[in-house]
Design a protein around this ligand. Structure first.
Ligand code: SF4
Length: 299
């Protein structure tokens, strides 16, 4: 009987963040016009969405290869942003630059630039809590005067000179709790070294659209018997959120698309939740939800 079949719900909080959505809209608009369009690096960390955009004609340029850096080429700067040197390089060869850097990232670049200039005056350091080599972090380094250290966690504390003035920022997609813990350790360490009022300023720069997802996925994962989490295999946000989902609901299955869903996951349950990363398109979660519904009908 149909009313005994499990319900399938798509997580209302899942789907692209505003920065990724905006970059994809820029790409779609350019692709609807004549001429080639390329993005410097993957515009989104999701293979299915990338494949859809590639079919529309989008090329993905490698940072190390100059093939797209040619007069007349339209090159999109993705939501993560780029250092100023990249813009200069593209402009110097006459490529059309379409800047889709997320406005939240632009604000962070501006803050890092101002703090770095100030720290240059007084011998201090800018600390960026993030992943070394992540494109957003590489972009941020380009806005500094060189007096920056990148730390990825408590293990990197020794890189920070606690006797100096410090201005601390995080990559927008960092885990808020881990960042807070790191900042607390820095603050108390600096107090020990420099007395009770060290010159340390901590900026809360984790993106709200990322930090809000944690309580949302905890609630969503706990309210369903089974979670199917849809994410690109290279999405760090996907790994982070699916890990939280697994902790709240061990019956969390991670898939990249509808083809990986298995009927055995949906036996003797009353509800299934479909969620995804900030880089997972809604259309892909809808495909997965439709596949699950079909399997449930046949069970
Ligand atoms: S996660 Fe936040 S800062 Fe990063 S691209 Fe999305 S909206 Fe922008």
């Amino acid at each position: 009987m149909d009313h005994l079949k499990p319900k399938v719900e798509i997580d209302p909080s899942a789907g692209f963040c505003s920065g990724v959505r905006r970059a994809i809209e820029v790409a779609e608009q350019l692709l609807s016009q004549p001429g080639g369009v390329a993005c410097l690096g993957e515009i989104v960390h999701n293979e299915s969405e990338l494949s859809r955009l590639r079919h529309l004609g989008l090329k993905i340029l490698d940072h190390g290869v100059d093939s797209g850096f040619a007069p007349g080429n339209k090159v999109i700067i993705r939501a993560h942003g780029e250092p100023p040197a990249t813009f200069e390089r593209l402009k110097s060869v006459g490529a059309g630059v379409y800047d889709a850097t997320c406005p939240v990232v632009i604000k962070l670049q501006q803050k890092v630039s101002i703090a770095s200039a100030a720290m240059k005056e007084n011998g201090g350091t800018v600390v960026i809590f993030g992943k070394p080599g992540h494109p957003e972090v590489t972009g941020l380094l380009g806005y500094s005067s060189g007096n920056v250290v990148v730390v990825s966690g408590q293990d990197d504390l020794e890189l920070v000179d606690l006797s100096k003035p410090l201005r601390i920022f995080s990559q927008t997609t960092s885990d808020l709790e881990a960042y807070r813990k790191f900042c607390d350790t820095i603050q108390s360490g600096a107090e020990k070294v420099s007395g009770s009022t060290p010159d340390v300023i901590i900026y809360q720069t984790v993106c709200g659209q990322v930090s809000r997802r944690k309580p949302d996925i905890e609630r969503f994962a706990s309210s369903h018997d089974v979670i199917v989490f849809v994410s690109g295999s290279e999405s760090s946000n996907g790994k982070y959120l699916s890990g939280i989902s697994k902790r709240c609901n061990p019956r969390t299955f991670v898939v990249t698309g509808a083809g990986q869903v298995k009927p055995g996951w949906f036996e003797e349950i009353s509800s299934v939740g479909v969620s995804g990363a900030t880089s997972t398109p809604v259309w892909l979660m809808q495909q997965v939800a439709a596949e699950i519904t079909e399997m449930i009908k046949k069970n």
